[in-house]
Design a protein around this ligand. Sequence first.
Ligand SMILES: [Mg+2]
Ligand SMILES: [Zn+2]
Length: 186
Amino acid sequence: MKLIILDRDGVINHDSDHFIKSPDEWEPIPGSLEAIARLHQAGYRVVVCTNQSGIARGLFNIVTLNAIHQKMHAAVRMVGGEINAIFFCPHAADDNCDCRKPKPGMLQSIGERFDVSLKGVPTIGDSLRDLQAGFVVGCTPYLVLTGKGEKTRTKGGLPPGTSIYPNLAAVVDQLLKSTADVPAAA
Ligand SMILES: [Mg+2]
Ligand SMILES: [Zn+2]
């Protein structure tokens, strides 16, 4: 089973320093939904893994988060894709939970839910903590330059083996190309 783990804000949709607090504020980055559709059609399970501390801060509640995710699911389905699961951390940084990235708790839960090894699973993010969380559990980190990605690249300190791509669509181009490059068994 092929699995891929995506951060949400700054990877699938435009990020905001003021948080995404309503379905109206959730706007896809051009090409990201179609990229998810191509992954789905290539047999990938697509899982979203996202820190949503706006809940702990009282900026929005779980009902609103669900409504935002309904909009995301519907937008992906409209172009022939599917997001198979969404894992989120609702906590603030000082809650000291195990799930908020860069802690690997959400990724470990994803591995358990899908009953797969996380080794080599592509994890895509625009922030250092996305890549750190993935690296710790053996995922292959990809930095995209959408969202906070340019800032993240400038700051440096990326985990070893991080690949850098302009956006999610470019990562998916590469992943599907390298799959197609594998010679068929005789
Ligand atoms: Mg992000
Ligand atoms: Zn958490």
